[in-house]
Write a protein that binds this ligand. Structure first.
Ligand SMILES: Nc1ncnc2c1ncn2[C@@H]1O[C@H](COP(=O)(O)OP(=O)(O)O)[C@@H](O)[C@H]1O
Ligand SMILES: [Mg+2]
Length: 567
């Protein structure tokens, strides 16, 4: 029973004695006063009739108000009793309809009250538990300690407190199943004996969701810690709230030390202001995530003061009105180093290839010149000598004349072959007269060979480029014209050589059958590949624009060489 109810009981117990006293007191008072008056009258020698009259007068004077008073008193009492009964009913109703289980036990820990919520929580009907020991609602292993706790609480003067502040308490249901509860206990004394009231709640759901949360947090922790990338979350003040294992390794800092520390710890001093600005602006941008420092590599700072390149992305979430920023980052020292090594090695290969190509061209040029000069001159001398012999041999010697004539034909053929081989190796016109003359020579020999007109347009400005530019352009034009002759079936070719915005541009356009430049090419087709390689060696590029049936355009762009000294 509750404290309120016990008060009601106490009043009811006191009422009969009081009422008796109330009823009797005025009568006793009236009697006493009347007896006193009669005694005084007797002592003063009044007669009996007068005495009676006086006594009756006094009795009436006192008796009537007394009766009125008694009546009012009784009416008050009845009202109070009714109010108390109502209060009792109200409290009973509250207890009964409470969402929490309410159980009252007496000093011997027997159950004296068990509300509807308690019935529901423990699955016991009220009738089965009233008068029974509380132990039936407590799992076996907690019974001893629980009884002791209640006893100890009874010895204190505290009226109420929550139970099991540190641990979750357990209840035992009728079906033997245990369930976690949260409880508070209060005590009061009723008719001299102590009663304990426990208000408790089944927290199975809460405990389950807490466990689930803990499990999912553990899972998340596991994922975060197994991530290869460092993951750091900071709050609005840019103080670290999450720091995973990879972050520990990358920054050389234990999680315990890092959590709570400002993010600035891990940013080199000179970047701090910029970084804080960046995060603030990112927060204001409303974007959910983005990569940091696309253009450049961001720099991190290890605990030991070492700086290192990182690649990072940032994302943000708002949690109960607070913004959190998560940075996922990777130490890219190795990659930056590898990139650098790769870049250097490419550069070396390029230089080597350029040197090789130059050496080859020089070699070709030397052989071409020797063929032309040495061999060509010797053959010419031979030809002159043969002519002389033919003039000086006697007319009658037909066999010798015939022999000389065939030798002449052979020497002429050899001279022509030597010229052709020499020109194929490297036309002397390129070295002797320059690029424009070389290009003109290529166009002419193309038309001579194929019968297809080839228009050469030379643009404004200086196009007499030095080597290796001249050779590159010459070779690209040579290969393009060869391809047109071999593959295109064109009837018209246009070659344009010009300067454009600091670049030298060669474009070779035919109106032939065209092809699909993206289609896989014949294995061993090195021509177009060679063009690209040559251009790349000179930091230039080749664009091939071709549509089947609509002709082909090969365009070479080279950064213009530094201006030649004009001597
Ligand atoms: N001007 C062109 N017109 C049509 N097809 C061409 C032209 N240039 C190149 N091609 C096509 O591209 C292919 C690759 O050319 P290339 O690399 O020079 O190899 P190759 O000339 O040895 O066949 C050629 O086989 C041809 O099919
Ligand atoms: Mg080719």
């Amino acid at each position: 029973m509750t404290a309120v109810k016990s008060e009601v009981d106490n009043t009811q117990v006191r009422l009969p004695y009081e009422r008796l006293l109330m009823v009797l007191a005025p009568v006793i008072a009236v009697g006493t006063v009347a007896a006193g008056a009669v005694l005084v009258a007797g002592l003063m020698g009044f007669h009996r009739e007068e005495m009676f009259a006086i006594a009756a007068g006094i009795g009436a004077a006192l008796g009537i108000p007394t009766v009125v008073l008694i009546y009012r008193q009784l009416a008050d009492r009845r009202y109070t009793a009714r109010a108390l009964r109502n209060a009792e009913a109200r409290v009973g109703g509250i207890v009964e309809s409470a969402m929490d289980a309410i159980i009252t036990v007496d000093e011997s820990q027997r159950i004296v009250q068990f509300n509807a919520a308690a019935e529901k929580a423990f699955r016991w009907p009220r009738g089965a538990v009233l008068g029974q020991p509380l132990d039936m609602l407590i799992p076996q292993r907690f019974r001893g300690s629980h009884a002791q706790q209640v006893r100890r609480f009874g010895e204190t003067s505290t009226t109420s407190r929550s139970m099991g502040a540190q641990t979750i308490l357990h209840g035992l249901r009728a079906d033997g199943v245990e369930f976690p509860i949260e409880a508070s206990i209060s005590q009061h004394t009723e008719s001299g004996s102590k009663l304990f009231t426990v208000i408790l709640r089944d927290v199975t759901e809460r405990v389950r969701s807490e466990e689930m949360l803990a499990r999912s947090e553990a899972r998340l922790r596991g994922i975060l810690d197994s991530a290869m990338d460092a993951i750091i979350t900071v709050d609005e003040r840019q103080h670290i709230v999450l720091f995973n294992k990879a972050a520990e390794e990358v920054f050389g800092c234990a999680r315990e030390e890092a959590v709570g520390a400002p993010l600035n710890w891990f940013i080199p001093e000179r970047f701090r202001a910029g970084h804080n600005d960046l995060v603030r602006r990112f927060g204001e941008s409303g974007a959910a995530s983005r990569r940091m420092g696309h253009a450049r590599v961001v720099t991190g700072l290890r605990r030991n003061g070492e700086e290192f390149p990182i690649e990072a992305s940032i994302s943000t979430v708002a949690e109960s009105g607070q913004h959190f920023y998560t940075v996922i980052l990777r130490d890219v020292t190795q990659r930056v180093r590898a990139d650098e090594a790769l870049r250097r090695s490419r550069e070396e290969i390029r230089e080597l290839a350029l040197a090789a190509s130059t050496a080859r061209e020089q070699e070709k040029s030397r052989v071409a010149r020797e063929l032309h000069d040495e061999l060509g001159q010797a053959l010419t001398a031979l030809k002159i000598d043969l002519g002389w012999l033919r003039e000086h041999v006697s007319a009658g010697d037909g066999a010798i004349r015939e022999k000389l004539a065939s030798m002449q034909v052979l020497v002429d053929g050899t001279v022509a072959s030597t010229r052709r081989i020499s020109a194929d190796l490297r036309p002397l016109v390129l070295d002797d007269l320059g690029l424009v003359a070389g290009a003109d020579w290529l166009a002419q020999s193309f038309t001579n060979r194929t019968g297809v007109p080839c228009e050469l347009v030379i643009g404004q400005g200086d196009l007499e480029l030095p080597d290796p530019h001249a050779t590159t352009i010459f070779r690209v034009l040579q290969e393009s014209l060869t391809n047109i002759a071999k593959h295109s079936n064109a009837t018209q070719v246009e070659v344009v050589l010009e300067r454009e915005n600091g670049e030298v541009v060669l474009s070779v356009h035919d109106n032939g059958r065209g092809f699909a430049p993206d289609a896989p090419t014949r294995a061993g087709a090195m021509g177009l590949l060679g063009l690209r390689e040559r251009a790349a060696l000179m930091s230039g590029q080749v664009a091939i624009d071709s549509t089947p049936g609509r002709g082909t355009r090969v365009e070479l762009r080279l950064p213009a060489p530094p201006a030649r000294e004009t001597a």
